[in-house]
Ligand binder design. Structure first.
Ligand code: PLP
Length: 391
């Protein structure tokens, strides 16, 4: 059966060019980058070149980029690293209630150990209000962490506006840019952030590699202790092949942002219009304009998103309910609940994320399948019967 992948926010296929760039660093230039012989130097050089080009792409210096095992570790390193480092200065962290589990669970862990956390509310479109951050700041606040764009509903947060407030208050500001890097422009200078997390597998690179940008002068306590790699910030032998692949993926992806933004936005809007017009009682979740070019999140009344997802899978179409991480936990999405959706609507939501290999034929095909499936499921749904009886 032909399969259509529409879950690019969960992960992306590794670009064949990226895989090709990685191979020599697994089989030929396999030296330990800390070794002083030629094998080691070869690997070290490749890593530093990759670091330079990734740093360049976000407007940072090489020395400000720390490679990690992915977005999760970058978020952990930013949040715990700053918290541990500033223990004597304060104990208060400000974040939002719609962060990725990598950030929100890290905050909950710190909260259990005695830190105070403010989880800011968002509006019905998923937007954080910078004024709320201003109000939440105390003289014990040591970190603000707000994601650049949400992975479930695609809402893009006002990071530059928040940065003005944190700068004035002299509080480090971290943003999780895993969903935006490679998809919309990401520049640490124009965003005004002090720490920024990225991950390779969300932009056609390999899984298990990411990076944390840390502004020069800002210190953090490492999570891993050992050989002192990554300028003592992250011990462990560097993943040379994946680092090289990450840089290659960044090169390829950044180039195509302007054209892909136009192409994906038009496919996205075609799809949104199709669902809202052709299926009754559906709603778009997330901000209508301030949203990622590839994100569609809709609530379909009277039926469960999970049933729709599984039925689509039978037709070879792969989408998601909420985020990949929370959808295996069976609860309704914490993001949709924070945006004020009733539980039934949160349960009835579907996330469809587009990417490099999505075309108009796919959009038409999934729309047709979706109409068929929703009609079938609603015919069996006790919720529809109830509503119909009232009428
Ligand atoms: C995927 C994702 C992460 C986690 O990144 P990994 O590299 O999979 O650990 C963190 N934050 C956001 C917003 C994500 O979408």
């Amino acid at each position: 059966m032909k399969r259509i992948y529409l879950d690019y926010a969960a992960t992306t296929p590794t670009d064949p060019e990226v895989a090709k760039a990685m191979l020599p660093y697994l089989t030929k230039s396999y030296g330990n980058p800390s070794s002083l012989h030629s094998f080691g130097l070869e690997a070290k050089e490749a890593i530093e070149e990759a670091r330079g080009s990734i740093a360049d792409s976000i407007g940072a210096r090489s020395s400000e980029v720390i490679f990690t095992s992915g977005g999760t570790e970058a978020d952990n390193l930013a949040i715990k690293g700053i918290t541990f480092q500033n223990k004597s200065r304060g104990d208060h962290i400000i974040t939002s209630s719609i962060e990725h589990p990598a950030a929100i669970e890290t905050c909950k862990f710190l909260e259990k150990r005695g830190n105070r956390i403010t989880y800011l509310r968002v509006d019905s479109n998923g937007l954080v209000d910078p004024d709320e951050i201003k109000k939440a700041i105390t003289n014990k606040t040591i970190l603000v962490s707000i994601m650049h764009a949400n992975n479930e509903v695609g809402t893009i947060e006002p990071i530059a506006d928040i940065a003005k407030i944190t700068k004035e208050a002299d509080i480090p500001f971290h943003t999780d840019a895993v969903q935006t890097f490679g998809h919309i422009p990401v520049n640490v200078k124009s965003l005004g952030v002090d720490l920024l997390s990225v991950s390779a597998h969300k932009l056609y690179g390999p899984k298990g590699i990411g990076a944390l940008y840390v502004r020069k002068g800002l210190e953090l306590t490492p999570l891993f202790h050992g050989g002192g790699q990554e300028n003592k910030n992250r011990s462990g032998t560097e993943n040379t092949a994946s680092i090289v692949g990450f840089a290659k993926a960044v090169d390829l992806t950044i180039q195509e942002i302007p054209t892909e933004t136009i192409r994906l936005t038009s496919l996205r809007d075609l799809f949104i219009k199709g669902i809202l017009e052709k299926i009754d009682d559906t709603r778009l979740n997330g901000h209508p304009q301030l949203r990622l070019p590839n994100n569609i999140n809709v609530s379909i009344d009277y039926i469960e998103g999970e049933s729709v997802m599984l039925n689509l899978d039978l037709e070879g179409i792969c989408v998601s309910t909420g985020s990949a991480c929370s959808s295996s936990e069976h609860g309704p999405s914490h993001v949709l609940l924070a945006m004020g959706l009733p539980r039934e609507q949160a349960y009835g939501s579907l996330r469809i994320t587009l990417g490099r290999w999505t075309n108009e034929t796919h959009i038409e095909y999934i729309l047709d399948s979706l109409i068929k499936i929703v009609t079938k499921l609603r015919a069996m749904s006790p919720l529809v019967v109830k509503v119909k009886n009232i009428e």
